[in-house]
Design a protein around this ligand. Structure first.
Ligand code: HEC
Length: 214
């Protein structure tokens, strides 16, 4: 009986006080979990959105390039690329409130020179291609985490690409070479073979736009 009373007193005096810190602890745990899930969800959504935007841009570029080659041949299509490649990307950009670029070690258009955020990623993709390691797209947090940089390698996967980026002696027709020289006198973007890394997509997704999609 004495013991029972003692237990009752203990329960009423200490019990509730003990429970408070435990509940607080649980709350913190729960909040952390929510926060962790959200971060992961944001990165996953950025990956899904990045895949979809770069696929859209790639499809637009390829469709319009093929059409231009069909109508005017590769030499004629170079004019088309010079005038339209960037506006096609701008159009895709403006539909989604993002920034979309291509970056290359050997940029035909100097605006495609990689910046300091892009260079290490391009180096990693180049390393993988040289060592036959498949590369997945990647997401990096930049600008204090406010922007998610989605990148994806662009491989020279198709013999069509060689007619403007391949060996000038073998793959590129003289007429095409002449046109390239005229429009891009310093052109470094030839000499590629199939399977080479031609460059990468660099897509900047504002985090708040990614969150809106969740
Ligand atoms: C008709 C010629 C032509 C063909 C075919 C062609 N390209 Fe290009 N490519 C160009 C031109 C011209 C530019 C520069 C566009 C500009 O001034 O913005 C360019 C630019 C690029 C760039 C941006 C980097 C840079 O050098 O400025 C990438 C990446 C690229 N091409 C990949 C490819 C791939 C992959 C293929 C095959 C699917 C391909 N190209 C087929 C003419 C061509």
């Amino acid at each position: 009986m004495k013991n029972f009373l003692f237990l009752l007193i203990l329960l009423f005096s200490c019990g509730p006080q003990e429970r408070v810190p435990k509940e607080a602890f649980d709350d913190v745990q729960r909040n952390n979990e929510v926060k962790r899930i959200t971060e992961v969800a944001i990165l996953q959504e950025a990956m899904v959105w990045g895949d979809s935007i770069t696929k859209e841009a790639q499809a637009q570029l390829t469709a319009q390039l093929l059409q231009a080659i069909e109508s005017n041949g590769p030499a004629g299509a170079i004019d088309f690329c010079k005038v339209n490649a960037l506006p096609i990307l701008k159009f895709v950009e403006s539909k989604h409130a993002v920034t979309l670029r291509r970056a290359s070690y050997q940029p035909r258009n100097p605006v495609d020179t990689p910046n300091e955020e892009e260079l290490p990623l391009l180096e990693a993709y180049a390393y993988n291609v040289e060592n036959n390691i498949p590369s997945d797209p990647s997401i990096q947090k930049i600008e204090q985490g406010e922007v998610l940089l989605y990148t994806k390698p662009i491989l020279l996967a198709n013999s069509l690409c060689l007619s403007c980026h391949g060996d000038p002696k073998k793959d590129i027709a003289p007429e095409t070479s002449a046109k390239l020289k005229e429009l891009y006198p310093e052109d470094p973007a030839t000499g590629y073979i199939l399977g080479d890394l031609r460059g990468m997509w660099a897509l900047r997704l504002p985090k708040k736009e990614v969150v809106k999609r969740l």
